[in-house]
Every structure is written in structure tokens, then in C-alpha cells.
Design a protein around this ligand. Structure first.
Ligand code: TF8
Length: 338
């Protein structure tokens, strides 16, 4: 049967558009409410990215997937939320990799000091093979790791004195994240390391339960640590990522379409957050200076001495985490570096 080409094209277009519309209509997305918890306040990098994620997800799901965000550890500390996700009592969260090392020890690689030189190197490792393999290991623990956000390069603040040489850390009661490697690193540097959840940190600094802490300058600013910590020392001793997590119990109940939308929104939030974090980091320095913090930068020679001092801790955890993993890590870093 002969039909003119034009008619055939119209029929073809009609069939195609029906198929496209059919797929969209058939997309299996139910109305859902997702509770997303995080530890910093609403004005932080974390808060802004959480709101972005919620808006993005609502937009691409046509309003069906609604996310309610809870900042300032209102749903619990990072550790508590990890437990709630694993048990299925909460849907999603973002938190540091450091406390995750209690569940999957290999996340401890990001607590090894002086690993990355730049954000670019960190992005390459996190979004590359090693970072993605680590996320997969979470599934056996009841968590689904979606994307990495930037927490950032950490620096030290305290209420005693500027840290010019490693020796200046002697006797400083320093809050660290709840992680064996962080504990080992700071005790070896001479500090008196105290593991503590972030949610208790401001009060601990204010009441002088601890003398100092270490975090990226974005957090030192948004959490107003400058109100209780006169000294800031730029050390960039470690780069901490944040991970956006979902409860596996909950995730497994989502349709493939719903999972795809959550992943897509998470990826968009990652790109937004990293850009925002880097821009905020440039501004934060000036704000902290204006707030009256006394800021110094540790010299490269002194960083080299610190590195040397903590080498035994690095060697110990290289054995514990697996020399192969550390080798893969170093290979991926040097690839990104060159
Ligand atoms: C820390 C981390 C915190 C995050 C946050 C509470 O010092 O750097 O920024 O884990 O989710 O605990």
C-alpha cells in the first residue's frame, strides 16, 4: 500500500510522540515525603545544598517527591542518623565520611592527613573508581551512598595560641571527629584529642570543655566558632568529603523511576554544592578576619615536619585499611595531579 512520504512521516511522528508521552505517563512515581537530615545550620553550605536538593527533586518529579530538610542535627548527630537510615527510621541524610568509617573501615582513607593538594584531586578520586567502590560497600550496612559533597580542607582553631610549629599543639584539648585515625593523628601531633559529635561542639568550645577543633573555614564561619575561638591556623591537614546517603530499606521500596529521579537530583546538588562551597570558602576568610580572629598559615617547612611526625600513624593505617587500597588511592591522586 502506497502512502505519500509526508503522510508516512506524520504517522511516524505521531507514533513517536505517543511513545514518549506513554513513557512519561507510565513513569512509576508515587507521592512521597522524604526526611533529609544534616548537622550544620540552615545558613551553612550544607543547608543551602539541602534546600537546593529538595527543590530540584520536587521540580523533576512534578511535585510528587517532596523533601523536608532538618538542619542543626535536629534528627540527630551524623552517627545517630546513619543508624536511623540503616534501621529504616529516616530516609536520607548528608554527613562526613569520618564517622562512616565505623561501618565501612575503608572510608578511613579520607582521614589520612595531607593526602590531597587540591579540590580537583579530591573530586577525581571521589567521583572515580575508588570513591564509587567505597559507596557500594555501604549497601551491606543498610545504606545507599549517592554522591559526595564537599566538606573541605580542614584547619585548626583554638583558644590558647596560634599554631606556628607542631609543638604549639602540645596539651591542647582538641575535639576531633569520631574516628580512630583522626584520634591517632592529633594525639601524635601532641594534642589531647577528644572525639565528640559535631552537635556538641559549640557548647564544648564555649564552656572550655575543649580548647580547640578543626574544620573547613566555611564551617568555622557558619557555625560562628569565631565567637569562642580567637586563633585560626591554616593547616589544610585533611580534606573531608560529605556523603549523601539513603536508607537501603527505604530505597529498595522505590520504583526504578523514583530511584532515577533521586539520583538525578543528588547529582545536581553535588555540582551546586561544590561550586557554592568553593565560592563561600573564598569569602569566609575575610569574614573571619573581620570578626577578629587571629589568622596564621603554617609554613611549608612546618607542614613537612608535621607530615613526618604523623608518618607512623599513616603507616599503621595503611596496613589496617589495606596496602592495595592505599596504592590505588595514591595512583588515582597522582593521575589527577599530573
Ligand atoms: C565535623 C564535620 C561536620 C559534619 C556535619 C555535621 O567536624 O566536619 O561538618 O559532619 O555533617 O564533625
Amino acid at each position: 500500500m502506497y502512502k505519500p512520504l509526508k503522510t508516512r512521516l506524520i504517522v511516524l511522528a505521531a507514533v513517536l510522540s505517543c511513545t514518549v508521552a506513554g513513557v512519561a505517563a507510565a513513569a512509576d512515581v508515587k507521592p512521597r515525603l522524604i526526611r533529609f537530615g544534616y548537622g550544620l545550620n540552615d545558613e551553612s553550605v550544607q543547608g543551602r545544598a539541602a534546600r537546593y536538593l529538595a527543590q530540584e527533586l520536587e521540580k523533576i518529579s512534578g511535585g510528587k517527591l517532596k523533601m523536608k530538610t532538618f538542619g542543626s542535627a535536629n534528627l540527630g548527630s551524623d552517627e545517630q542518623m546513619q543508624g536511623a537510615l540503616a534501621g529504616g527510621a529516616q530516609e536520607m541524610m548528608v554527613g562526613s565520611t569520618a564517622p562512616l568509617a565505623g561501618m565501612v573501615k575503608e572510608f578511613g582513607v579520607f582521614d589520612l592527613p595531607f593526602l590531597f593538594n587540591s579540590e580537583k584531586e579530591a573530586d577525581a578520586v571521589l567521583d572515580g573508581q575508588l570513591g564509587q567502590d567505597l559507596l557500594k560497600k555501604l549497601e551491606a550496612k543498610g545504606l545507599v551512598g549517592l554522591v559526595y559533597w564537599e566538606n573541605g580542607f580542614r584547619n585548626m582553631t583554638n583558644s590558647k595560641r596560634p599554631i606556628v610549629r607542631a609543638e604549639d599543639m602540645q596539651g591542647i584539648k582538641l575535639r576531633v571527629m569520631q574516628n580512630q585515625i583522626a584520634l591517632g593523628v592529633f594525639n601524635t601531633l601532641g594534642a589531647n584529642a577528644v572525639p565528640m559529635p559535631f552537635s556538641e561542639l559549640f557548647t564544648a568550645l564555649e564552656t572550655r570543655t575543649v580548647d580547640g577543633q578543626e574544620n573547613p573555614i566555611t564551617t568555622i564561619q557558619s557555625s560562628k566558632f569565631y565567637e569562642v575561638q580567637p586563633y585560626l591556623t591554616i593547616t589544610r591537614h585533611v580534606y573531608t568529603p560529605w556523603v549523601v546517603l539513603a536508607s537501603k530499606k527505604w530505597w529498595d521500596k522505590l520504583s526504578p523511576d523514583e530511584q532515577r529521579l533521586v539520583r538525578q537530583a543528588a547529582e545536581a546538588s553535588r555540582d551546586f554544592e561544590r561550586k557554592d562551597s568553593r565560592a563561600d570558602s573564598l569569602k569566609a576568610m575575610g569574614t573571619l578576619e573581620q570578626a577578629g580572629m587571629k589568622i596564621n598559615t603554617v609554613s611549608p617547612e612546618e607542614v613537612a615536619r608535621m607530615r613526618e611526625k604523623v608518618q607512623p600513624v599513616v603507616d599503621k593505617y595503611t596496613q589496617e585499611l589495606g596496602p592495595d587500597l592505599i596504592q590505588q588511592l595514591n595512583t588515582e591522586i597522582s593521575k589527577a595531579r599530573n
